[in-house]
Write a protein that binds this ligand. Sequence first.
Ligand SMILES: Nc1ncnc2c1ncn2[C@@H]1O[C@H](COP(=O)(O)OP(=O)(O)O)[C@@H](O)[C@H]1O
Ligand SMILES: [Mg+2]
Length: 347
Amino acid sequence: MPTVHSPHQSLTYSLIASGLQKSYGDTHALDGFDLRVAAGSIHGLLGPNGAGKSTAVSALCTLIDVDDGSATVAGLDIRSSGKQVRERIGLVGQAAALDDILGGRQNLVMFGRLFGLRSSAARARADELLHQFGLTDAAERPVSTYSGGMRRRLDIAASLIRTPAVLFLDEPTTGLDPRGRNEVWRAVRQIAESGTTVLLTTQHLDEADQLADRISVMNHGRVIAEGTPKQLKRRLGGGRIEVMLEDGTRLTEAARLLGEALGTTAVVDDYSRTVTLEVPPGGTGLMSVVRVLDGAALTADDIALRRPTLDEVFLALTDMPPAASVADSSPDSADRTAESADNKETP
Ligand SMILES: Nc1ncnc2c1ncn2[C@@H]1O[C@H](COP(=O)(O)OP(=O)(O)O)[C@@H](O)[C@H]1O
Ligand SMILES: [Mg+2]
């Protein structure tokens, strides 16, 4: 496994940051930033614009000095071993370093030469990477003719010339269309499968949800929540069950029976013939719902279990909600946005 470089210990974490501080004048870009990223995993650093994501990446890549705190990358201290850190990492920032006039292969060979590979080794590595990222057919075409997704993949390939222990991707899909985004996602998964640890920053919750093994949610220079996508969603509660009845005249009756069976509040929406039930974290209650409906000879057109989306988690955790979603600001209420205002509560 290429991530392990220390002869003295097996590395559990490829990235550890503890209490990082970085200020620009009065702006605390990093304000007690903590992070742990398991070797070989994809970690999402998720936060709104200005949260401090790029500053964190720059600090870990040793491109900027921090004011306080400590961090190791692949087991190496960022302050005392900057040069070795830089030799072990790859970075794809927001501005691509590609030469538009050259073809994809020429670009990669050039990067290989820059990194000190002999010309035959650079060519061999270029072909390997072109193949890995599905760019072999376009290898000789000038990069100016590439789609957004192809360019970004070539950019990522260039950062992998030396097989880094840790790859930093700063908002790798910003500006890409859905197809380009999918191409980059596939590339990122491949990289992690080959053993490289990936730290990926994003403002997009679905991206973190799709790619990351664990996510650190960041705001105002520090991490405000950490966990797997599933754990983060669970923090908001279990979600809700939506039962659409065939017979709209029996909604109130169904709501009472279901509410009693699950020990929870049921909300009725006449227009959609739906009873919505909050479910506690952990269990689903779906079996009870089916039993109650069966026992009362109620027919459902649809039964759905809705977990809170990462968007809802994010809005609840950060302080930038659209007014409607966290009106009474308790995190548990944030997943009620989908319900219309004319819903009636039944006991
Ligand atoms: N070189 C800099 N000079 C002054 N302020 C900066 C600099 N870099 C970042 N900042 C400020 O630090 C905060 C965090 O920025 P950044 O790390 O770029 O956030 P993100 O990448 O999450 O959008 C912002 O308020 C930004 O304006
Ligand atoms: Mg940024």
